[in-house]
Design a binder for this molecule. Structure first.
Ligand code: GLC
Length: 527
């Protein structure tokens, strides 16, 4: 059976930073609509938009106070309907961010819940009566400190896995599930093609609220959250039946889900894959292990091998190098000499591997992490931990559309500064340059569209390549492609021949027989 989400390339938009249409310095929905033709031309099939629901923005939209409305900073429901319609005309799908581990503390449900112990919504959140200063257990918040916040009015603690402005919902209460499923259906009926599920493995917590075991790191200095194993506050078995129910609802609308499987630095592919169930839970799951690899063919080969194995022949992997929470891959891997060449290699890996690729806005240009001065910080994580941790603002800077002062992003004051290299690195410049990273992404996506092997094929590692080369074969019926990636800064001799379909260094149609040299950082697709 054909599944659109298996063959799609998905593009993540951080809406505050993509395109501002009204000059307030913050990107918005109409801005996205203005850029649809760019996205269509790039070749992507679906857009995942980070949260645009009403939010007091303590965590920039990941704290929602009305699940059925659009935040005025981003526009109106009319704008959203118009975006869906315009996108549909171009055959582009829209995915929303579903943030339902927690709400905003200003959500009417929480306001009611905290108002009294007898309020009907009391049990919609996780409350523990107690004494001020005597924490219910040792659970830590991801953003630092205890996960419990004292509430004076009812003399109880409530749980917040993130900020205290983000109280956790109580998913053990069936009324919560009923309400959220109905909110999901509200958007499906409006034409949304699916959801990215924020921290999908956090919804359920141990019913007995047992203490998490401590974790020792030796000499390293981890964040407080990482000083314990999250045995009891994440990844509880109750999540699986819930996801099976959600899948039924989504499948009714041919919609999809991709879940952020959280925690466990530096990632756990088997755990991420476990949320795919037996083709009956999440459609896709994110495993972030790949983001924490060092630059080497071995490291990347190992991650891909483990991820492919974890998903198995039935379930479908997701492929991701960037998002709004992690430093950009260009800064991680490509700074210094030959940086665009390294970025082209990574793009080839992302867009020729088995699975559904996700691109984060600006990745196609080789956007770097922005330089944010302390007084410009917006992210609560950066504000709390600076300078130990600069937070997530650097990867959220405005999209550089052209080389002008404000990069074509806004006519006003951008909410975060544009990157210093905007005059050189921007969409307009790269559209005009056939050798640019943007042009390379377009070529790869086009090739993927034309090749059943690249879209749907099996994946097998190529044996016997040289030490610095990662090679693999994709095959679907008669279509067979080999991909070779030279991670070294010097030529590498390989003996896997074929006809060049696309290469960073040579012409299409070139025939390669045994024993030839791959150029430094060359990426090559053969058939
Ligand atoms: C996820 C989001 C992150 C947010 C957090 C709390 O990890 O990706 O941006 O801060 O959840 O919702």
């Amino acid at each position: 059976m054909k599944h659109w989400w298996k063959e799609a390339v998905i593009y993540q938009i951080y809406p505050r930073s993509f395109q501002d249409s009204n000059g307030d310095g913050v990107g918005d929905i109409s801005g996205i609509q203005q850029r649809l033709t760019y996205l269509k031309d790039l070749g992507v099939d679906a857009l995942w938009i980070s949260p645009i629901n009403v939010s007091p923005m303590f965590d920039f939209g990941y704290d929602i106070s009305d699940y059925r409305a659009i935040d005025p900073q981003f526009g109106t429901m009319k704008d959203f309907d118009s975006l869906i319609k315009a996108a549909r005309k171009l055959d582009l799908k829209i995915l929303m961010d579903l943030v339902v581990n927690h709400t905003s503390h200003l959500h009417p449900w929480f306001i009611e819940s905290r108002s009294s112990k007898n309020n009907p919504k009391r049990d919609w959140y996780i409350w523990q009566p107690g004494k001020k200063g005597q924490l219910p257990n040792n659970w830590k918040s991801v953003f630092g400190g205890s996960a419990w916040e004292w509430d004076e009015s009812t003399e109880s603690y409530f749980l917040h896995s993130f900020l205290s402005e983000q109280p956790d919902l109580n998913w053990r209460n069936p009324a919560v599930k009923k309400q959220i499923f109905s909110d999901v259906e509200f958007w499906l009926k409006r034409g949304v093609a699916g959801f990215r599920l924020d921290v999908v493995n956090l919804y359920f917590k141990d019913a007995l609220l047992r203490n998490n075991p401590p974790r020792f790191w030796g000499w390293q200095y981890p964040r407080p959250y990482e000083l314990q194993y999250h045995t009891y506050d994440m990844s509880q078995p109750e999540m699986h039946p819930l996801l099976r129910d959600l899948r039924k609802l989504l499948d009714k609308y041919k919609a999809m889900s991709v879940g952020e499987v959280f925690g466990d630095y530096p990632g756990d592919p088997n755990k991420a894959a476990s949320y795919l169930g037996n083709f009956d839970e999440l459609h896709l799951a994110f495993d972030f292990t790949i983001m924490f690899q060092k630059w080497s063919s071995d490291a990347f080969a190992t991650v891909m091998r483990n991820w492919m194995r974890a998903c198995g022949p039935e379930n479908w992997p997701s492929l991701v190098l960037n998002n709004h929470d992690q430093g950009r891959s260009y800064s991680r891997y490509a700074s210094g000499k030959n940086s665009d060449a390294r970025a082209k290699l990574l793009a080839t890996l992302l867009l020729t591997s088995r699975g559904t690729p996700f691109l984060y806005y600006g990745e196609e240009l080789g956007m770097k992490d922005g330089t944010i001065a302390r007084h410009q910080l917006k992210d609560p994580v950066g504000i709390r931990y600076w300078p130990l941790n600069p937070g997530r603002d650097p990867q959220r800077t405005p999209m550089p559309w052209d080389g002008t002062d404000k990069g074509g992003f806004t006519s006003g004051d951008p909410w975060l500064p544009l990157n210093d290299d905007t005059p050189q690195r921007n969409v307009a410049a790269q559209l005009a340059d056939p050798e640019s990273l943007l042009s390379w992404h377009k070529k790869l996506i086009r090739l993927r569209k034309e090749s059943p092997a690249l879209r749907l094929g099996t994946w097998a590692e190529l044996e016997g390549t040289s030490a610095n080369v990662f090679g693999y074969i994709r095959q679907h019926d008669k279509d067979k492609k080999s991909i070779l990636l030279n991670f070294a800064d010097r030529p590498q001799v390989v003996s896997h021949g074929g006809t060049v379909v696309l290469s960073t260094h040579r012409k299409k149609g070139d025939k390669l027989t045994s024993s030839y040299e791959l150029q430094p950082y060359e990426a090559i697709i053969l058939q």
